[in-house]
Design a protein around this ligand. Sequence first.
Ligand code: SF4
Length: 298
Amino acid sequence: MNPAIPVIEIDRSSGFCSGVNRAIKIAEDKLQQEEPIYCLGNLVHNEEELERLSNLGMEFIRHEEINGDMKTVFIRAHGEPPETYSILRNHHASVVDATCPVVLRLQQKVRKSSRQFRENGSGLVIIFGKPGHPEITGLLGQTEGNAILISKLEETGSIDYNQPLHLYAQTTAGEEQYVTICRRISDNSLQQTGRNDLVTVNNTICRQMSQRAPRLREFAKNHDVIIFVTGSESSNGRYLSGVAREVNPRTHVVGSPYDVDNWFAGARSIGITGATSTPLWLMEEVAGRIKAIVENNL
Ligand code: SF4
């Protein structure tokens, strides 16, 4: 008797978050009216999607490449610091701003804290996130020299605790790590000052992100093999593929259908999932490739 064909399921709660979906839609609409459009940085951390957008007329540039010949410049969902807007104004570029509304609200809150601390003469904004991440650059740019970035628990030791502290997290930060860091900062503040009112924790991790890991654990548990589709530069992809692997050691990370190998011996169900920067169309192509491999195995 032939072995049964395994069930192949795409995780419908994975893939682009609403902020990235929105940015891509804005880009596609604009590209129908004019091209090229110059996007500051990569719109998503996914090489396949970038290629698709390039073919539609989008050009990806670095900040130092901005020049007066660029008629329309696109700002992606991660957002930008105020300095970028002023550089673009100076170059008379028209701006298509696709900053995610959730990031925009976070920028406003960080700006407000920083301004309040400056007016009061004391206080520090602490942002938890990944050094060099564009969202972090955009957030730090809202502040007035009274903010620090921390990315590890050990860094909480060097904070000056004798002042009010407002804590914020990058929207895509890992929730468990942020909770641990906030707890440590609150404990240190109490120990060093005897006060428990100096630390304000703002839960700014995007809900779409915070729900991803628990949903992914369930999905990964329910399949024999997991194929995690992500671009090599996606930090979210690295984090979530690690979450999947914790519950399902038969998790394989691929960037495209061509990376899929014959990993399905004895599998009755195969789950396909991805990072917030993974397009659905790419997961569908991966599903097609898996189907061809398992049918070939019969
Ligand atoms: S993860 Fe959330 S905050 Fe970040 S771009 Fe997506 S929807 Fe916006």
